[in-house]
Ligand binder design. Structure first.
Ligand code: HEC
Ligand code: HEC
Length: 253
């Protein structure tokens, strides 16, 4: 009998927890204490990345195209200097650390989309979120025009027949479309968000392909790059980097 009382007291206590939790839905402390915090608070949090399942808020509609047209490279240069972009991407848009992407010669439409995606937390990177969260869409259009105006670093262009096959024909058996069909025959870039692939560092190229493959980078509209990257082997990705990417500046000297 004594046991029963203890048990029912314990039961009441346990049963009371969800009641308390539900009735105090604004009380973050109470929630976190019971470990329910994450699941309950997420839906109300606007900055919860991908809670809406949308890969990007950017559409290349008339408004975006008009904004890109008024992007001013001279203003962009100034904004880059004032926001410490040069610290990592350098003043000439060619990063010293090969982990940081080169931006020189990249299509303005692509750069603009990435900056928006970082700010909207659609592309996940802490330092880029910090650098973009206070920038306006206009600032981003100017920055994009600035980087687009800089010369693209030379690409290595080393490729075996198998790599050229992927670049020009893809691999229909694995549903891989030719890189060139979206990124341009010479890697110069295609429509809107289909980036220039020339002149990236190998290290960044491989890392971002890996991020698409693992789904850590998921800001590609319609999963276009995640679907392409998924079936590629590590060796294929490295070989593609040798074709498109440039060597890090340190090794060029
Ligand atoms: C602390 C170093 C750092 C600073 C400062 C910084 N970046 Fe970056 N940037 C990075 C890194 C690292 C990445 C790659 C992150 C990733 O994998 O998504 C990146 C990615 C980017 C990309 C995407 C490139 C691509 O090929 O997809 C753009 C565009 C960019 N940065 C522009 C800027 C601009 C503009 C500023 C200033 C407002 C800036 N960055 C400041 C480190 C930095
Ligand atoms: C169906 C069109 C399509 C095909 C085919 C395609 N890509 Fe892409 N790729 C894209 C788009 C769109 C993006 C930009 C995603 C975004 O918005 O961030 C992209 C981005 C990339 C990036 C990141 C660029 C950067 O600066 O971070 C790399 C690297 C890349 N693609 C490599 C490849 C390679 C290698 C192939 C061939 C094996 C390929 N792509 C085939 C559409 C395509």
């Amino acid at each position: 009998m004594k046991n029963m009382t203890i048990m029912s007291a314990a039961f009441v206590l346990v049963a009371a927890i969800p009641v308390v939790a539900v009735s105090s839905s604004d009380d973050k402390v109470g929630f976190n204490f019971f470990g329910f915090g994450a699941s309950v608070q997420l839906p109300s949090s606007a900055d919860d990345e991908d809670s809406d399942g949308i890969s990007s808020n950017v559409a290349f509609d008339a408004e975006t195209r008009a904004l890109l047209k008024v992007g001013d490279a001279a203003k962009g240069k100034e904004i880059a200097a004032n926001n410490k972009c040069n610290k990592c991407h350098s003043e000439n848009g060619i990063a010293e650390d090969p982990a940081d992407p080169n931006l020189a010669g990249q299509m303005a439409s692509y750069t603009y989309k990435q900056l928006r995606d970082y700010r909207d937390q659609k592309r996940d990177d802490r330092s880029m979120y910090k650098r973009t969260k206070k920038l306006s869409n206009e600032d981003m259009a100017h920055l994009s025009a600035w980087y687009a105006s800089l010369p693209v670093p030379e690409r290595m262009g080393k490729a075996s027949d198998a790599t050229l096959e992927l670049v020009n024909k893809g691999d229909p058996k694995r549903m891989i479309k030719a890189c060139g069909s979206c990124h341009g025959r010479g890697g110069e870039g295609g429509m809107h968000d289909s980036a220039t692939l020339n002149g990236m560092s190998q290290e960044y190229f491989v890392a971002t392909m890996e991020a698409f493959k693992e789904g850590d980078r998921e800001n590609d509209i319609y999963s276009r790059m995640r679907l392409i990257a998924e079936p590629l082997t590590e060796a294929e990705v490295t070989a593609l980097a040798d074709f498109y990417a440039t060597q890090p500046p340190a090794e060029e000297e």
